[in-house]
Design a protein around this ligand. Structure first.
Ligand SMILES: *[C@@H]1O[C@H](CO)[C@@H](O)[C@H](O)[C@H]1NC(C)=O
Ligand SMILES: *[C@@H]1O[C@H](CO)[C@@H](O)[C@H](O)[C@H]1NC(C)=O
Ligand SMILES: *[C@@H]1O[C@H](CO)[C@@H](O)[C@H](O)[C@H]1NC(C)=O
Ligand SMILES: *[C@@H]1O[C@H](CO)[C@@H](O)[C@H](O)[C@H]1NC(C)=O
Ligand SMILES: *[C@@H]1O[C@H](CO)[C@@H](O)[C@H](O)[C@H]1NC(C)=O
Length: 325
């Protein structure tokens, strides 16, 4: 009987491979006139998630019935009339532009790396984020980008992609191979920010390992990902562990490896298409998902695993993608 079953399964795999590789994709549309979800933060218990969008708001997704509701914002001078629905980058410094988002679950604080306004935090019930830090060592953050919270210590790791070019001028930073970015750490017990690494080529994403031994950082301009040691014999040193074009946000999985948003060159056209890569802490590529079918040439900024699906964010679209396989 078992033998017959195996034969049957092999028959189906042979004849209908698509039934076995049942890849599926759906999207959750943002509200009208809202665009550019750059990163996603999940509430573990409820499965609700949060996204930062182009007009400076942080939206909370409550499932298909309720959809997105406004949760908070970062710009102290932000007004709804001036900012809601805008895409004008010159309003960014006033309206805010939340990039990296991450919860510290023990305290239920939502940390925000606002591209223009720096490191901020939203406590439960707070609508307007509280600024925590806008610069360190006398150098202001120019482009706060990726963020991750180490759950055990509460330390917040984040990147300032460059000290020269803000989000509006990011393309100039790319063209000049800018390498003035920094990896930073905020310690909530003394409110201090420490510079862990400087002179990085466009650090975008960051993810700390579960045990807090190291952090992975993606260098967008240089097309590589590094592992920076926080503790142990190699503390304060780093090595390059992966070479993939345009690496962006990095998200830890429950089992301790990582999903990284990136891009690859499509051979036939020599253009970049968006991919997600699951990598180990050693930088070993465990899985690659090509998102071109749904995103075309638009690059993605984040791939995050949650309850057996991949949630995909991109500053260039008006939806959150959900990929299952
Ligand atoms: C969306 O933008 C259009 C054009 O600016 C405007 O007419 C419309 O009222 C907006 N819709 C919402 C829901 O804000
Ligand atoms: C916000 O308003 C205050 C007070 O009017 C002003 O000092 C500050 O420069 C403004 N900030 C921005 C980013 O517009
Ligand atoms: C960045 O862009 C703004 C507005 O587009 C411009 O005013 C500013 O001079 C630019 N800065 C740099 C360093 O390119
Ligand atoms: C930046 O780096 C790329 C790849 O190494 C190189 O082709 C380009 O000339 C560099 N640009 C500048 C302005 O140095
Ligand atoms: C990074 O990758 C992009 C896309 O393949 C390429 O155009 C660029 O020159 C690369 N930059 C460097 C510094 O290698």
């Amino acid at each position: 009987m078992a033998y017959i079953n195996t034969l049957l399964i092999m028959f189906f795999v042979f004849c209908f491979p698509s039934m076995v590789l049942s890849e599926s994709f759906r999207s959750i549309q943002l509200p009208p006139n809202v665009t550019g979800p750059e990163s996603i933060a999940f509430e573990l218990a409820t499965g609700r998630f949060y996204v930062g969008v182009t007009d400076g708001r942080i939206l909370q997704y409550n499932g298909p019935t309720v959809g997105f509701v406004e949760f908070g914002s970062t710009g102290r001078n932000r007004t709804k009339t001036m900012c809601d629905g805008i895409t004008d980058p010159d309003l960014g410094p006033m309206c805010g532009r939340p990039f990296g988002l991450g919860f510290h679950y023990a305290t239920n604080q939502l940390y925000v790396c606002d591209a223009y306004l720096g490191l901020m935090v939203l406590g439960s019930g707070r609508r307007l984020a509280t600024p925590l830090s806008t610069g360190v060592e006398g150098v202001p953050y120019r482009f706060c980008n990726g963020l991750d919270v180490h759950q055990l210590s509460g330390n917040v790791f984040f990147t300032d992609s460059t000290t020269n070019y803000d989000l509006r001028n990011a393309s100039k930073g790319l063209e000049s191979n800018d390498s003035t970015g920094r990896l930073l750490m905020y310690n909530p017990s003394n409110n201090r920010v420490t510079v862990l690494l400087k002179n990085l080529p466009g650090p975008a994403g960051v993810a700390v390992s579960q045990d807090g031994l190291y952090a992975l950082v993606s260098n967008y301009n240089a097309n590589n990902t590094i592992r920076f040691w926080l503790r142990g014999p190699r503390a304060d040193t780093y090595e390059i562990i992966n070479f993939q074009a345009r690496p962006n946000n990095i998200q830890r999985t429950l089992v301790g490896d990582f999903w990284e948003a990136a891009a690859m060159v499509k051979q036939s056209t020599q253009t970049l298409v968006p991919i997600g890569q699951r990598i180990s802490g050693l930088g070993l590529v465990l899985q690659t998902v090509n998102f071109e079918r749904w995103y075309g040439n638009k690059l993605i900024s984040e791939v995050q695993e949650f309850r057996d699906a991949l949630y995909v964010a991109s500053p260039d679209v008006d939806f959150i993608g959900i990929y299952s396989f």
